[in-house]
Ligand binder design. Sequence first.
Ligand code: ADP
Ligand code: ADP
Length: 233
Amino acid sequence: KTLINIAGLSKNYNTDGTTTHALKNIDLKISQGDYVTIQGPSGGGKSTLLSIIGLLDKASNGDYQISGVSVAQLSGSQMAKVRNREIGFIFQDFNLIGDMTVSQNIELPLIYRGVDKSTRKIKVAEVLKRVNMSERAKHLPNQLSGGQQQRVAVARALVGNPTLLLADEPTGNLDSVNGDSVMQLLSELNAQGVTICMVTHDSRYAHFSKRSIHLFDGEVVKNTSVQEDKSST
Ligand code: ADP
Ligand code: ADP
């Protein structure tokens, strides 16, 4: 089943009379259960593409459908609604709220959605277990390692059961041990059916995914399926 269908998409930025063609004629499909990495050098268009997929920004031209909904037709508030329903985000810098506990951080998106308290409790406990952080429910973010904080951020992204998990350089602020553990977690979640799209310029991590896309100068220059022999690393 196709979740994301992007066809002939482009994005231009106009600043001071100059136009930057950040994305040029992108075609991309993401199916249920997929795990796609977006790679490429700085300035290639990775962040722009992730913002558009994540409904934080709109394309200039072309078609983008998420779960069959055409994004071009949506107003800003409709986009926000679809985003809240369909997308879970994780970022390089975790973006956890410092004076809230792990549980409270994870609960927040459910409060925004008006989920009742007893259901929230159940869902938070479930997702904490999934990311193996149940023991740290009462901790504050600064009492955790970077890898643990990112696990909490993953839990917060997943608690609303989104269609797609978007990750923007999720290992960018982590040492290799913590980075590997977060990548391991994403692989496990993907094996359980979570669809993932991740931007990374760390090529070591592409092999965790199923498909790798390279953006260069706003164009897809490579779109390859990652080999199944993940045993070598
Ligand atoms: P990457 O994430 O691969 O580094 P970006 O998507 O951030 O690439 O940028 C792609 C191109 O678009 C770059 O040339 C960048 O300078 C330009 N760009 C990105 N955001 C903006 C913006 N808000 N205004 C103008 N130009 C931008
Ligand atoms: P970059 O990869 O260029 O450093 P960021 O990772 O900061 O960019 O952000 C990527 C995109 O996600 C940007 O469009 C930014 O506005 C958006 N973004 C960053 N943090 C948040 C957040 N906490 N909530 C919603 N959108 C965010």
